[in-house]
Structure formats: structure tokens, C-alpha cells
Design a protein around this ligand. Structure first.
Ligand code: ADP
Ligand code: MG
Length: 437
């Protein structure tokens, strides 16, 4: 491995076994924990969160580039969330055929009609990248997607003086395997005397209400901030009551992280529209360097809307399916379509408006690196791995003023190169750290 872990170490079985045992204990000591699959809601038996034995070499320049562009992505997402005309036009074709996005959009419309009750916006994004390997041996940083929903909390908690008056509500899933990730944030809040509660959609359905000033109460407590860790997948909305609960929270005075407009700004359709010529310029009219910095990270993104441009996209994908990824408007891993399956799906949908539910993206080809993926009950074996760098951004806007906009950390996730899709929560990728080279 060039400039990384020496190959003698990599293939020394006795040594790697010893290191793996020490590394697992270190993870447990450090609190890098996860509940086990069999008992996702109990902490009686827990395990280490899966991670790589060795850090993965990442070129320093690309790493710094990703950090440097983060505040611009924060600003971009925030501008989009405040631009109803842009969201309407960008999502028009998608919501015509994609029910889930359409329902989220309807909530957005209702909030616009009523007027936003809260002028403070708390944003937590994670922009994900892979390093595309070019033929000349160099690589370039390409964005996979930006997550505006349920990305981790980063170092933000210290900056929220306005939330002291009430509690922070974590809206969580029923299955809580990844609870330790969230407990860290809860701990940081408690250290600052900010109480937090963990509630599910069902709790909000049963006990949530707004008073005449639209203050949100859940289980009798006033909620200052709703931190959404749940609600980005269709299956999170098990009933009409769940949708009502989402609407109730959106209408409320509570600060939403994220609010519905910011949620929509994170859709893959918006990502594709942003890559069109001239669109970034509209958001940063006087900042060509910002436009350039953001655009440098864009991979090829193509519309599947009806019309000649979308037809061209279909033809291009059918001619070389291995060069692309077909993406529906879904989050959480495992939804994208690759290779010959792209042809199957497009052959079936190409004449139908249903194709508008998808976008097409250039496939990024990162350089594989060898590593060991440490995971409970999994034998130690060397794997060919691909890594994805995530960069966290946090911002607070009060009315028109950005009062904070920062890059607050990073995350490297690594998976076996045999897996085309999926993250840590999906059980595919594991935690890693960049070894800057
Ligand atoms: P999700 O919202 O489900 O996380 P992503 O767009 O992040 O969707 O895709 C999921 C995974 O699929 C990524 O983590 C990455 O491993 C892989 N992937 C997505 N887009 C590409 C791409 N353009 N090239 C290569 N791999 C990709
Ligand atoms: Mg992703």
C-alpha cells in the first residue's frame, strides 16, 4: 500500500490477529459502541461499532479541499431552503411521480402558506465524497451526496444558547442500535445543563400538541429543538398519524433540525439540478470562487425528466450501465441501482413518467486499498476496500443572519469493494480514519 501501512504488516496473520484483539478492546474502552442486532433496544449486551483495523491513506490535499468547501455547502443548502420557487421547480417532476417526496413537499407548502413560525434554523449536514481515480494516476474529490437529515450532531451543542429554555427532543427510531452515537450528544448537552428527551413518532402522535403560540409540547414538556434522527424513509411513516405528527412538529415554534425545506434541499433531485450550468451562480451571484469550489466536487449528474434531455440520459445509461448509478429519491442505503439492473429498470420505465423519480449519476471509481474490517462474529480476513469521506457542517441562522457556519468534523467509512451500496447503519461499511498522505 503506497505510503500507507507496510505490506509486511498487512499480510502478517499473527500480528494482525493480535492487533485486531487489542483494537477491539481499545474501541470498547473508548466507547465506540453499538447495541447488537438481536437486542437493538437493550444495553445488557453491546459490542464495538464495526471499524477498520488500519486507517486508510487519504491524500491530504483532497481532505483539506473537502473541509474547505463545507461552509459553502452549508450556505448553499440554507439558501435553497429559503427559495420556495427553486424547490418548486427543481422538484416538480419528482413529486409528480414519487409519493414520498410529494408528501414531504405538501408539508413544505402548508408551512409556506401558514408562514414559518420559527426564524432560527439549525443545520447539520454531512457531505459525502469518494476520490475518483483518473487514468493519469491522480484523483479528484467527487461528492456522492449531501445529507441534510439525521447526520450526526458534531460539535454544535456548545453553540446553542437559545435552547436553554426547554428541552431538546431527539426524535428517534423504534430500533435503537446506534444509541451510543446519540448518547454522546445527549451527554454533551447535559454537561451544558441542557436537558434532552428521546421520543418516537408514536409519542408525538399520542402526547404532542401546540399551544396558541405554536409552542410544541410532548409528554408535558416544551420542546425547544427537535433533532430528527427518524423520518427520512417512507417506512418511518407507519400511519397517517405519523404524517400528522411530522406536520405538527414542522408547524411548531420549535427549532427543527432540519426543517422541511432543508430536508427537501437534501434530495438527490436537487443535487442533480444544482449541477446544471448556471444554477450555482444564481445562489452565489458575486462569488465565482465559491461556485468553482463547489462545482469542482460535482460528478456528472443527469436528469431523467421527460423530453429530449432525459431521453439522452436513458440512451447513455443503456449504452454503458457500468459507468453510472441510478438513484431514486431515497436515503439510508441500499436503494441505488447498478450495472445490468440499470438496464432492466430503464427498459421498463423509459417511456413512462415514472422514470422521473430517478436521477442518473456518473459512477465514481475510488482506488481500492487493502484492510481488515472488524465486525462482531466475523472472521478476520483481508479485504479489498473502498472508502467514503464525510464532512460535517453545522450552522445557525437567525432570520437573515448566519450567526454560525462551520466545518465541524469528518468521518471516514470503508466497505469491501464487493459491496456497491450502503453505510455503517446498513451493516455494509465500517468506521475508519484517514491517514493523511
Ligand atoms: P444514500 O442516501 O442511500 O446513502 P448515496 O447516494 O449516498 O445514497 O449512495 C449510497 C452508497 O452507494 C454510497 O455510500 C456509495 O458507497 C455508493 N454510491 C453512491 N453513488 C455513487 C457513485 N456515483 N459512484 C460510486 N458509488 C456510489
Ligand atoms: Mg449516503
Amino acid at each position: 500500500m503506497a505510503q500507507g501501512i507496510p505490506n509486511e504488516v498487512m499480510v502478517n496473520t499473527a500480528l494482525t490477529k493480535e492487533l485486531a484483539d487489542v483494537a477491539k478492546d481499545a474501541a470498547l474502552l473508548q466507547g465506540v459502541l453499538m447495541r447488537i442486532q438481536e437486542t437493538p433496544n437493550s444495553s445488557e449486551v453491546v459490542t464495538y461499532a464495526p471499524f477498520t483495523l488500519f486507517p486508510t491513506p487519504v491524500p491530504k490535499a483532497a481532505f483539506l479541499q473537502a473541509l474547505a468547501v463545507q461552509t459553502h455547502f452549508n450556505a448553499l443548502v440554507d439558501k435553497i431552503s429559503q427559495d420556495p420557487d427553486f424547490l418548486r421547480d427543481a422538484l416538480a417532476s419528482t413529486i409528480a411521480v414519487d409519493d414520498f417526496t410529494a408528501r414531504l413537499y405538501r408539508i413544505h407548502q402548508q408551512i409556506l402558506k401558514e408562514g414559518r413560525s420559527q426564524s432560527i434554523m439549525l443545520g447539520l449536514n454531512r457531505s459525502d465524497y469518494m476520490l475518483d481515480q483518473k487514468e493519469d494516476g491522480t484523483s479528484s474529490l467527487k461528492q456522492i451526496e449531501i445529507n441534510t437529515f439525521a447526520a450526526s450532531f458534531g460539535g454544535l451543542s456548545s453553540r446553542s444558547p437559545d435552547v436553554h429554555r426547554a428541552v431538546v427532543m431527539f426524535l428517534v427510531e423504534e430500533s435503537q442500535r446506534n444509541i451510543f452515537d446519540q448518547r454522546y450528544i445527549e451527554n454533551e448537552l447535559w454537561k451544558r445543563d441542557i436537558p434532552s428527551i428521546r421520543k418516537q413518532f408514536d409519542d408525538v402522535c399520542k402526547t404532542g400538541s401546540l399551544d396558541q403560540d405554536k409552542r410544541l409540547f410532548v409528554d408535558g414538556l416544551e420542546v425547544a429543538v427537535v433533532y430528527f434522527r427518524n423520518g427520512y424513509m417512507p417506512q418511518n411513516y407507519v400511519s397517517e398519524q405519523t404524517w400528522d405528527a411530522r406536520l405538527l412538529m414542522e408547524r411548531s415554534l420549535a427549532v427543527k433540525c432540519p426543517d422541511i425545506a432543508t430536508h427537501l434541499a437534501g434530495t438527490k433531485k436537487v443535487q442533480q439540478v444544482l449541477a446544471r450550468p448556471g444554477v450555482l451562480e444564481k445562489f452565489f451571484p458575486d462569488q465565482p470562487q465559491v461556485v468553482e469550489q463547489i462545482r469542482a466536487t460535482f460528478a456528472g449528474l443527469y436528469t431523467l425528466d421527460m423530453g429530449p434531455e432525459g431521453d439522452k440520459t436513458v440512451a447513455m445509461a443503456l449504452a454503458a450501465p457500468d459507468q453510472f448509478v441510478l438513484k431514486p429519491q431515497r436515503e439510508g442505503g441500499g436503494n441505488n441501482i447498478y450495472g445490468s439492473q440499470i438496464c432492466q429498470v430503464l427498459e421498463e420505465l423509459k417511456e413512462s413518467t415514472e422514470r422521473m423519480a430517478y436521477i442518473l449519476m456518473d459512477k465514481i471509481h475510488p482506488n481500492p486499498a487493502q484492510n481488515y474490517l472488524l465486525r462482531r462474529d466475523t472472521p478476520l480476513q483481508i479485504s479489498n476496500c473502498l472508502s467514503e469521506l464525510g464532512v460535517f457542517g453545522a450552522y445557525v441562522r437567525k432570520g437573515k443572519d448566519m450567526v454560525m457556519n462551520e466545518c465541524v468534523g469528518h468521518l471516514l467509512r470503508t466497505k469491501s469493494s464487493e459491496q456497491s451500496d450502503g453505510g455503517v447503519a446498513a451493516g455494509v461499511a465500517v468506521l475508519d480514519n484517514p491517514l493523511l498522505v
